[in-house]
Design a protein around this ligand. Structure first.
Ligand code: HPA
Ligand code: ZN
Length: 324
């Protein structure tokens, strides 16, 4: 089964590129810039990556990305992930990044885009991976800050495929961002949002109804609302589920308890993804293997999960993956 899982052509739709920052690259970039890290060794980093919940993870995630300060840092970050993704059989990647978290350190949008795009361009030739960028609004920041980012993104709109919504969910409901998502829709940008990870099922509903999103990131808590499950299934709304992330952030206690089989049984349009692979214990193939060990899916179910991701990718980028 390992070979079968390794060979499956994979589309990854829920990956925060800052969450792919390995401790090794973090140390390297910090040393080059004379930045002091709160860790002396790689073992200390690993020990620190034991999270009580989403906010506890986010604190270290924002701290870690402080080593990303010029074009080459963003380039090396993404290139490093493309290399690992390629070894995992990833063929197409839609990658989130958090512009506000870098703008607040004085790193311009032009710098962020330039570094990430250089890696994306090279990945086509070097790693046979197509990709697209998805800048995301930080829901822990104000609606005004999101509007400022929206305006700043307009000159770059040919360089990304859509916008997302991430960071601390509870207390920051989707409707806080109604304005920017409506404006994004008017400009023809694709829209996705994290919802129903730590937040309630009601956030999934408002992300769909108020923000007009086409995919839900995570969405596992939809199971608490049967009418919502029926609607998600009927509309074939993709859920980008991240199993190792859910275990690492205690959304579920153990992989054996993961609701993936229930989500599949309910007829939902499920895709599997790694979220923040450097923080949560592994990339796409590690997620597939951990799921298989705990939940024992059939080959047909795996093929469906992979096909779902191909179909859920934003169309202009995901052609020719050889699974038709
Ligand atoms: N949830 C919310 N925001 C995030 C995550 C996540 O898992 N990773 C990076 N930003
Ligand atoms: Zn995420």
């Amino acid at each position: 089964m390992h070979d079968f899982l390794a060979r499956l052509p994979k589309v990854e739709l829920h990956l925060h590129i800052e969450g792919s920052l390995t401790p090794a690259l973090m140390f390297e970039l910090a040393a080059e810039q004379g930045i002091a890290l709160p860790y002396a060794t790689l073992e200390e980093v690993e020990a620190a990556y034991d999270f009580a919940d989403l906010p506890a993870f986010l604190a270290l995630y924002y701290q870690g990305m402080g080593v990303l300060n010029d074009e080459s840092h963003f380039y090396r970050l993404a290139q490093d992930y493309f290399r690992r993704a390629s070894a995992d059989g990833v063929k197409h990647l839609e990658l989130f990044f958090d512009p506000q978290a870098h703008l607040s350190r004085g790193v311009s949008l032009a710098t962020q885009f330039a570094g990430l795009e250089r890696a994306c361009r090279e990945a086509v030739k070097e790693f046979d991976i197509t990709s697209a960028l998805v800048p995301s609004f930080l829901r822990c920041h104000s609606a005004e800050s999101a509007r400022e980012l929206f305006d700043a993104l307009i000159p770059f709109e040919s360089r990304f495929v859509g916008v997302g919504l991430d960071s601390a969910e509870i207390g920051n409901p989707p409707e806080k961002f109604t304005e920017v998502f409506q404006l994004a829709g008017e400009r023809g940008w694709h829209r996705v949002a994290h919802a129903g990870e730590e937040g309630p099922a009601a956030y999934i509903r408002t992300a769909l109804e108020v923000l007009g999103v086409e995919r839900i990131d995570h969405g596992v808590r939809c199971l608490e609302d049967p009418a919502l499950v029926a609607e998600l299934a009927e509309r074939r709304i993709p859920l980008t589920v991240c199993p190792l992330s859910n275990v690492a952030l205690k959304v579920v206690e153990r992989m054996d308890d993961h609701p993936l089989p229930k989500l599949i049984e309910a007829g939902l349009n499920i895709t599997l993804n790694s979220d923040d692979p450097a923080y949560f214990g592994g990339g796409m193939l590690d997620n597939f293997i951990a799921v298989q060990q705990a939940l024992d899916l059939s080959e047909a179910q795996w093929i469906t999960l992979c096909r779902n991701a191909i179909d859920a990718a934003f169309p202009q980028r995901a052609e020719g993956l050889g699974m038709s």
